[in-house]
Design a protein around this ligand. Structure first.
Ligand code: HEC
Ligand code: HEC
Length: 303
């Protein structure tokens, strides 16, 4: 065994030859092994203390499941946070809040900086909710963070817990296919999400969320990546029958969903889809933004 170096010397060396910091791409999470059974269970609502903290947790929960109605100024589409983070942000393999909260602050390639938890949530407001993010120090942001903090009670900090994110679904050998995807959609999805991905409303309120069109997530959202949508779909859809689609079916239907128009990427560069594609989409997983499908340019946006 090598003799231990005196700490002073190590420090001196460290400052002389500082290595570049390795940066993980957090825009597509490295999720733990999908097969590993989640060990973590968030606390039950009955465990909430009856005090100011408990009240704020309840406020955050309400904002998470009823986002559009309670924060119309911040939401620009027909979605609530809980439409993509199922079971009120509690469900494993559905990007649960307890898998996220203990992992921030973290570097994200998407905006090339270290993001606080509040900034991560702001990202979902801007893209997934096609809206205007509330200020980091606003009461709403505090309540949402407090809700996530409480769900993470007893979770370790800075360690990936099984069940975080949406597990990777390997790209099928033959790639994906729009025709097959359309068929999967008609057979397994249209009954709830509508023939044209428009969702369903009752008394003016969505009861089934839209998958494309003006009220859906925008072209900058993580869900616009076919790989991310395939992961979400494989592990969470059809609602009530998660895991029933093959990997290929999940990719096919994710491609079908994400070849349809949705609100423009709010980062649009100089009004140009091509410039935006080069800057933000060329290295962002598998996506169709700025590409032609059947001769039609995808990513023109819809209002
Ligand atoms: C259209 C679907 C969708 C909606 C709606 C949505 N999100 Fe997300 N959210 C995602 C995706 C996709 C990711 C990235 C997961 C990945 O990369 O594996 C994500 C990631 C997150 C993360 C980080 C997860 C982690 O483990 O690091 C948080 C926190 C989060 N969302 C909170 C929210 C909040 C709060 C709202 C409502 C204001 C919201 N999301 C609305 C799709 C959505
Ligand atoms: C039984 C009804 C039902 C079926 C069938 C179903 N979904 Fe969903 N889906 C929902 C509901 C409800 C939500 C919102 C979940 C929530 O809020 O708890 C949802 C959420 C989603 C979301 C995220 C929210 C959004 O609007 O972008 C996507 C993507 C999605 N479903 C895709 C699919 C696909 C693809 C299929 C077919 C393979 C499918 N769903 C089948 C009911 C259904």
């Amino acid at each position: 065994m090598r003799p231990l170096m005196p700490a002073v010397l190590l420090l001196a060396m460290g400052s002389a030859q500082a290595a570049p910091i390795a940066m993980e791409d957090q825009s597509q999470l490295h999720v733990p092994d999908a097969q590993a059974a989640p060990q973590f269970a968030p606390p039950a609502e009955s465990e909430l203390p009856d005090n100011a903290f408990g009240k704020m947790v309840r406020d955050g929960h309400a904002l998470f499941v009823d986002t559009r109605r309670l924060m119309p100024e911040a939401v620009g589409n027909g979605l609530n946070c809980s439409n993509c983070h199922l079971d009120q942000g509690r469900l494993a393999h559905s990007a649960p809040l307890w898998g996220a909260y203990p992992m921030y602050p973290a570097y994200r390639k998407k905006n090339d900086k270290v993001n606080t938890f509040a900034e991560r949530i702001q990202g979902c407001f801007q893209f997934s909710m096609n809206g205007k993010p509330p200020a980091a120090d606003s009461p709403q942001m505090t309540a949402l963070s407090v809700y996530a903090y409480w769900l993470s009670t007893k979770a370790p900090t800075g360690i990936e817990i099984a069940g975080r994110g949406y597990p990777d679904v390997p790209r099928p050998q033959g790639g994906y296919d729009f025709k097959r995807g359309q068929q999967v959609y008609q057979e397994h999805c249209a009954i709830c999400h509508g023939d044209n991905g428009e969702g369903q409303k009752v008394a003016g309120e969505y009861v089934m969320p839209p998958l494309w069109g003006k009220d859906s997530y925008n072209w900058g959202a993580g869900m616009h990546r076919i790989n991310t949508a395939a992961s979400f779909i494989k592990y969470n859809m059809p609602l009530g029958k998660p895991g029933s689609l093959s990997d290929e079916q999940a990719w096919d239907v994710a491609a079908w969903v994400n070849r349809h128009e949705r609100p423009q990427d709010p980062r649009l560069v100089e009004g140009s889809v091509e410039k935006t594609r080069l800057k933000f989409h060329a290295n962002d997983g598998v996506n169709l933004y700025g590409q032609k499908v059947d001769g039609v340019l995808i990513g023109q946006g819809i209002r």
